[in-house]
Design a protein around this ligand. Structure first.
Ligand code: HEM
Length: 487
């Protein structure tokens, strides 16, 4: 029996969606788990249904645990479900220039349009040469220093996006731009982890002095400010025009070169935000999916073998895979899809704020509610994806081809409606080329300790907003002499 909340006139006579019982003042503050909240919300769905309501202090929150309501609200009612809540934590951390947190309106639209111009489905195809080069660089780094595979992924992706967006050529090691971005992103992940679950809904905490016991979050947030600002300003100021191709930032600045005064300043701010966001978005996200890929290859050796056989057949031993091969590589494509599903990179999407009071499925949805989509739940729904905890690319294949009847995880993994991730086409290309090249060249097997015993790896996710596997070791070795020659 579902429990619903009392009707009231303010609610147009409709109940709020069901959810855990709130306490006075704090509401459901103590119900929000600090670890893997998406798993708890999935369990709540069994008790309360696909639409779960809670309140943390004064902030109403809804979790959508199924694809139907996500499409109905984020897509079909997009004008009402595309706003954001700019929380105190984000402002404290100096991340408020970031278009992810911009309210729905003309300023967001201008950012979005500029971003789309350089990252739409067609535009990203022009980045293939750079993506190919970056993948090759990654292979070399993996060859020379295989134990540091997680670091190489992060470094090479940051390097590639810095070059693509700003034309900046980074140092081979310990680059200052990359170090600063890594600090800003790590702090924001940690801050968001704290913030999303509780601090963000306690606006008065903004006024707690940072020296007070328990105010470590504030010191951390303030400490991250210079790096968050540097991601936008220092990189912009280091923009290079002498690279062999025109960087996105240069193209962005050409758009308003004819303006002056305040109009120029405003366009420049937008361009800086867009470039900064491409940099921030392009650094950690696809990397997390690739880290899951490494973990999957350790745990599922038969998948790696099958993928290598497909590449041997289609690409052969004398060259690396390329984008043109993609239509002939259904199994590699299926692995990419499974990487987007298995250890969901953004497990709860990003909250959409409701602009005006609404009704849905017989429930009242108050204005100001922040609606989160439980992407992890949707991508681990056993009816859609049987045995969802298994990494099983075959689920996307039928008669040797990709099966169009199985929901493509990217329909959900990148969020929904008008706020859907505008970096998804770029991410898709880079995931494909890296997976294909790594599989073609390397065997990825469990690590071996000093006594020669195999180190056991268990799949496990970090509890951050942008999740990735918990650190694990593995052995990365060229498959053969032929493979080594490709490097
Ligand atoms: C595995 C890769 C990625 C995943 C899973 C991912 C996921 C997401 C999600 C869930 C959102 C929020 C969508 C919503 O509100 O419903 C988002 C927003 C965004 N992402 Fe991504 N993303 C990825 C890669 C990228 C890349 C590579 C870039 C940049 C090149 C990027 C740039 C952005 C931007 C700018 C937004 C804000 C959109 C807005 O608020 O209007 N993302 N992403």
């Amino acid at each position: 029996q579902k429990r619903t909340r009392p009707r009231s006139d303010a609610h147009r006579g409709l109940p709020l969606p069901p959810g855990p019982t709130p306490l006075p003042i704090v509401g459901n503050f103590f119900d929000i788990p600090s670890k893997l909240p998406w798993v708890t919300y999935t369990k709540w769905a069994e008790k309360y249904g696909d639409i779960v309501y809670m309140r943390v202090f004064d902030q109403p929150i809804i979790i959508l645990n199924a694809l139907g309501p996500v499409v109905d609200l984020f897509e079909k009612r997009a004008p009402n479900y595309s706003d954001r809540l700019l929380t105190p934590m984000v402002t404290l951390m100096g991340w408020d220039w970031n278009m992810v947190v911009l309210g729905y309106g003309p300023l967001w639209r201008r950012h979005r349009r500029a971003f789309h111009q350089y990252f739409n489905r067609m535009a990203v195809n022009t980045y293939e040469p750079q993506l190919r080069e970056a993948a090759k660089k990654l292979l070399k780094r993996l060859y020379h220093e295989p134990k540091a595979f997680a670091h190489h992924l992060e470094y090479t992706f940051a390097e590639n996006i810095l070059s693509l967006v700003y034309g900046i050529q980074v140092a081979e090691k310990d680059d200052l731009h990359i170090a600063s971005a890594a600090r800003a992103l790590a702090a924001s992940a940690a801050g968001f982890n704290l913030g999303a679950w509780w601090i963000d809904f306690m606006p008065f905490l903004k006024y707690v002095p940072s020296w007070m016991p328990g105010a470590g979050f504030k010191r951390m947030a303030v400490g991250c400010r210079p790096d968050a600002a540097a991601m936008k300003i220092d990189t912009w100021q280091s923009m290079r025009t002498d690279s062999p191709y025109t960087p996105v930032a240069v193209k962005l600045s050409e758009r308003y070169a004819h303006l002056d005064g305040e109009a120029y300043a405003e366009e420049e701010r937008i361009a800086q935000n867009v470039a900064g966001m491409a940099y921030a978005g392009g650094t950690d996200t696809t990397v997390a999916a690739l880290q899951s890929f490494f973990q999957a290859m350790v745990l599922y050796p038969e998948v790696l073998k099958r993928a290598q056989q497909e590449l041997e057949r289609v690409v052969g031993p004398n060259r690396l895979p390329d984008f043109l091969d993609r239509p002939n590589l259904p199994y590699i494509n299926a692995i990419c899809k499974e990487c987007m599903r298995w250890q969901t990179v953004v497990p709860l999407g990003f909250g959409h704020r409701v602009a005006t009071d609404d009704e849905y499925a017989g429930f009242f949805i108050p204005k100001g509610t922040v609606v989160w989509q439980n992407t992890w739940a949707i991508l681990h729904d056993p009816e859609r994806y049987p045995d969802p905890e298994a990494f099983f690319p075959e689920r996307f294949i039928k008669d040797g081809q990709l099966n169009p009847d199985v929901t493509d995880p990217s329909v959900v993994a990148f969020g929904g409606g008008r706020r859907i991730c505008p970096g998804r086409f770029f991410s898709d290309l880079s995931l494909f080329i890296n997976v294909a090249c790594i599989v073609h060249v390397f065997n990825i097997t469990p690590a071996v300790d000093e006594q020669g015993n195999m180190v056991r790896t268990l799949p496990s996710m970090e509890s951050t907003a942008l999740s990735h596997p918990s650190p694990f070791p593995c052995t990365v070795r060229p498959r053969s002499k032929f493979a080594e020659l490709l490097l």
